[in-house]
Design a protein around this ligand. Structure first.
Ligand code: ZN
Length: 275
């Protein structure tokens, strides 16, 4: 069933686990993840990059995700990832997202507060909750990173904006790590104690398992996997023999690859058997 961000993260908060948030790009990545979520009886978040809302692909992908959510027996949240601005968020509402992220983390603090607070109000009018970001989570290729998220500032940000979940900068980045990241677990616990809402870890692909588990213990309730969904899918695409050309048959292995990857992360995050 289709559920909102608040509901799905409240479940995780009660059970002290994290909900995996998988980026999806096409029908086949949706199919692979849903196969794993159903088999593992796990709540999942299917999220779509903001640029797909800007460029129009989300208009075609959204009905696929909504059908997957409505026909599933486990809770599924449809989320826009790193919503870039009001236009993308308005399209997310129109295309049926059950949850939105606004990412103004690259802007000055006051501007981040103002835009995020405005989106929280717009979303509330649509009955939806919002993920914000404080401390800009960059790419693995960035020369330098922002300062890590400060617990007191996180408390202030949550109070002023009313976000239901907060993405924080605690040592991760987007993309494929050149060497394993080192998360600031104590900082996660401190932010959690100050902000008192579910925290979100971006850049989940390639974080060592024991650090993922420590981060969940400290208060992370949503972990994003984008890059590894791509590799799970594409590694199989490149391995399928060229004689198989009927695209539905060609896609069997890539779908299975995504499913196997998602099943592993569902287990790691403690989300199996929760739905
Ligand atoms: Zn991210």
């Amino acid at each position: 069933m289709l559920v909102g961000l608040k509901e799905i993260l409240e479940m995780a908060e009660e059970g002290s686990y994290a909900v995996p948030a998988f980026n999806v790009y096409n029908m086949e990545t949706v199919m692979g993840i849903m196969q794993a979520a159903q088999e593992k009886r796990a709540p999942v978040i299917l999220q779509v990059y903001s640029r797909l809302f800007a460029q129009g692909e989300a208009r075609f992908l959204a009905p696929v995700i909504l059908e997957a959510a409505h026909s599933a027996s486990v809770p599924v949240c449809f989320h826009i990832d790193h919503g870039a601005g009001k236009n993308e968020i308005m399209r997310a509402f129109r295309y049926g997202c059950s949850s939105v992220m606004i990412d103004a983390s690259a802007q000055e603090y006051e501007e981040n507060v103002a835009l995020t607070g405005e989106i929280v109000q717009l979303a509330a009018a649509n009955g939806l909750a919002v993920e914000g970001e404080l401390g800009h989570v960059g790419s693995v290729n960035d020369a330098s990173m922002d300062e890590f998220t400060v617990p007191e500032e996180a408390r202030d940000f949550v109070e002023k904006t009313g976000v239901a979940a907060l993405a924080v900068l605690v040592g991760t980045a987007h993309g494929r790590y050149k060497k394993p990241p080192k998360l600031d677990i104590q900082r996660i616990a401190d932010i959690k104690a100050a902000a008192r809402i579910p925290l979100v870890l971006h850049g989940g692909s390639g974080i060592p398992d024991e650090q993922i588990q420590a981060a969940i213990k400290a208060g992370i309730r949503k972990i994003n996997f984008g890059t590894d969904v791509c590799y799970a899918f594409l590694d199989k695409v490149f391995a399928v023999p060229r004689e198989i050309y009927a695209i539905d048959l060609f896609m069997k292995e890539p779908v299975a690859g995504v499913s196997a990857f998602a099943a592993g992360k569902i287990e790691l995050l403690g989300a199996a058997g929760r739905a």
